[in-house]
Design a protein around this ligand. Structure first.
Ligand SMILES: CC(C)(COP(=O)(O)OP(=O)(O)OC[C@H]1O[C@@H](n2cnc3c(N)ncnc32)[C@H](O)[C@@H]1OP(=O)(O)O)[C@@H](O)C(=O)NCCC(=O)NCCS
Length: 177
């Protein structure tokens, strides 16, 4: 079944939707792929999401949510940089492990690309751990290209991990061939 993709700037999420975002973010099989630690508990992430979504309409960030039969199963956010990098957005995407491998991650990234284009983002980045095969595949399926690898960019429990730099150019071509 195709997910319903909602733009959180246009559709109001209920408190139980927001709680589900926090539960996905804090799920151990999702959290293990996060490059850096924040949140720390479902309760803290729930509060963090509530605050972020309240501020979202006034920010240049974007947020899209995937629902199946009305239940939140995944989400993607775009953080828009400022100053000399205000044309760049960074995307993060997460799908509940019970719903992975059903095309939801790809649908979320494609929705992000459309939302980013409408918002004037010219370049969308999706950096990830190079060993994150699911993200590497999903991002490339959505049109992102691997621009490079930062060797040993992350160190966790005394192990080093390479970071893959993935990006897609969304520049408007006035004289498209
Ligand atoms: C990365 C993630 C968002 C992908 O979402 P998803 O809904 O499972 O992705 P899709 O179903 O759209 O799959 C897209 C492609 O990736 C492939 N894929 C998915 N999981 C895979 C895995 N573990 N290993 C290899 N390929 C995988 C799928 O087969 C599909 O390719 P295909 O169409 O050629 O078969 C999801 O795995 C996730 O939430 N992971 C944890 C959080 C995370 O790592 N986020 C990225 C860092 S910001």
């Amino acid at each position: 079944m195709d997910p319903e993709i909602c733009d959180a700037k246009k559709v109001c999420l209920s408190d139980s939707d927001i709680l589900m975002l926090a539960q996905i973010e804090e799920h151990p099989d999702v959290r293990k792929w996060a490059g850096h630690a924040y949140g720390g508990s479902v309760e803290k992430m729930h509060e963090w999401f509530k605050k972020s979504l309240t501020e979202l309409p006034r920010s240049s960030n974007e947020f899209v949510v995937a629902k199946i039969n009305g239940t939140v199963v995944g989400f993607a956010g775009i953080h828009r940089f400022t100053g000399n990098m205000s044309h760049v957005g960074e995307v993060g995407v997460m799908v509940h492990p019970d719903h992975q491998n059903k095309g939801i991650g790809t649908a979320l990234l494609k929705a992000c690309i459309q939302t980013a284009k409408k918002g004037g983002v010219e370049r969308l980045e999706a950096d990830t751990l190079a060993i994150n095969k699911a993200m590497m595949k999903t991002a490339q399926k959505a049109g992102f290209l691997v621009e490079g690898i930062r060797k040993k960019r992350l160190k966790r429990d005394n192990h080093y991990y390479d970071e893959a730099l993935l990006a897609i150019s969304l520049e408007y071509k006035e004289h498209a061939e």
